[in-house]
Design a protein around this ligand. Structure first.
Ligand code: PMP
Ligand code: GLN
Length: 383
């Protein structure tokens, strides 16, 4: 057995979703919408199945989807991308992350990561023999500590893994922050793996890709996910955009992980990416309303809600209601007694970088408004 893999805990999302099911709780833990994505995309996928799109797709993706990814890079980030050589379609952003990290990391390479972080990052980096260098954002505003970030870089730094808009904080990195990071990448001749799965889910501050900043075009691998951009998380279609020499290595990693992604879904995602501006505006507007409803409701029951400018998630300080319990015990109690499931935020921290905060939980607001209202009502009755 591989001891490192065998010792991993089951992901917190599965643990909390199972607990939610066992207690018939409203699941504001795992981040998935409770409505279907666009019907015309589902129809396009079904049509493609009946149209004989059922054998292996090309290794790097259907030409029509690579074209759509390149066009979307131009439309939303002003990036000129060659669809032939600079896009690799993957089975979800999860595979895109794995393939990108495999393409970059050799044992002993250092990778800078920002806490709180998405739960797959650390195990992936460690499995490749990479050495994580963690930098913790500061509450309550999720400020980037620039000195600590600069100190995390060294001659051994291979890459930073940057997630903006960010899960679980809802932070959207500013252009100034991105340019500070860009300066460090140039100084240390390093790359950036840019997890931008929430690129279309910002609520005011626009999303800027690090790849679009000066001198960053050649240093970034930019990752998107149809799951998040089209509320179709079960489809697991992702894409990496990277300069041709890097994309070629990502494709080599992809060929041994998955080889090719379901062709009917690829065709439907190409159709989706070509949707007009109104679709993407409505997606973000709808999600902003949900954030507002949940945040106001949680404040109403006495929780301290932290700022959130993007993603599916908002963090809340549980101190006023927790009676001294830590986040894990509180999240369990809230599921069992109130019937509302959240994610204890300590799951997004690593104890190698100091004691994780124990006073925060993450709420997902990518749910129907009536469901969010019912969740708040349940907490109110319980509190
Ligand atoms: N990165 C982040 C920050 C995520 O939140 C998620 C999951 N929602 C992923 C990557 C994985 O995306 P996918 O489901 O496309 O694999
Ligand atoms: N990204 C989702 C979240 O943060 C979960 C994805 C998963 O369960 N792997 O909740």
């Amino acid at each position: 057995l591989n001891r490192q893999i065998a010792a991993l805990p089951t992901t917190i999302f599965t643990v909390m979703s199972e607990l939610a099911r066992a207690h018939d709780a409203i699941n504001l833990g795992q981040g998935f919408p409770d409505t279907e994505g666009p019907h015309d995309m589902v129809q396009a996928a079904a049509d493609a199945l009946l149209d004989g799109r059922n054998q292996y797709a090309p290794l790097t993706g259907l030409p029509e989807l690579r074209r759509a990814v390149a066009d979307s890079n131009a439309r939303f980030q002003g990036l000129e991308i060659d669809a032939e050589s600079e896009v690799v379609v993957t089975s979800g952003a999860t595979e895109a992350l794995a393939a990108s990290l495999m393409a970059l990391i050799e044992p002993g390479d250092e990778v800078v990561l920002i806490e709180p972080l998405y739960d797959t990052y650390l195990p992936m980096v460690r499995q490749l023999g990479g050495v994580p260098k963690l930098v913790r954002l500061e509450e309550p505003g999720w400020t980037l500590p620039r000195e600590a970030l600069a100190a995390a870089f060294s001659a051994r730094t291979k890459a930073i893994l940057l997630n903006t808009p960010m899960n679980p904080t809802g932070k959207v990195f500013t252009t100034e922050e991105l340019d500070f990071i860009a300066g460090l990448l140039i100084q240390h001749d390093a790359y950036a793996v840019c997890d931008e799965v929430y690129e279309h889910l910002t609520f005011g501050t626009p999303h800027v890709s690090l790849m679009s900043r000066p001198a960053m075009r050649e240093r970034c691998l930019r990752i998107g996910s149809a799951g998040k951009s089209f509320s179709l998380t079960g489809w697991k279609v992702g894409y990496v955009t990277a300069p041709a020499p890097l994309a070629a290595v990502v494709a080599k990693a992809h060929q041994n992980l998955v080889f090719a992604t379901a062709p009917n879904l690829q065709r439907a995602v190409a159709f989706g990416l070509n949707k007009d501006e109104q679709y993407f505006r409505d997606l973000a507007g709808d999600m902003a309303r949900k954030r507002d409803i949940l945040s106001a409701g949680l404040r109403g029951v006495g929780l301290d809600v932290l700022p959130c400018d993007g993603s599916y998630f908002v963090m809340a300080d549980i101190t006023p209601l927790a009676n001294g319990l830590d986040d894990v015990a509180f999240a369990r109690m809230l599921t069992e007694e109130a019937g509302v499931t959240t994610i204890p935020a300590s799951a997004f921290y690593d104890s190698s970088n100091g004691t994780p905060p124990k006073h925060l939980v993450r709420f997902a607001f990518c749910k129907q408004e009536s469901v969010l209202q019912e969740a708040v009502a349940r907490i109110e009755r319980w509190a």
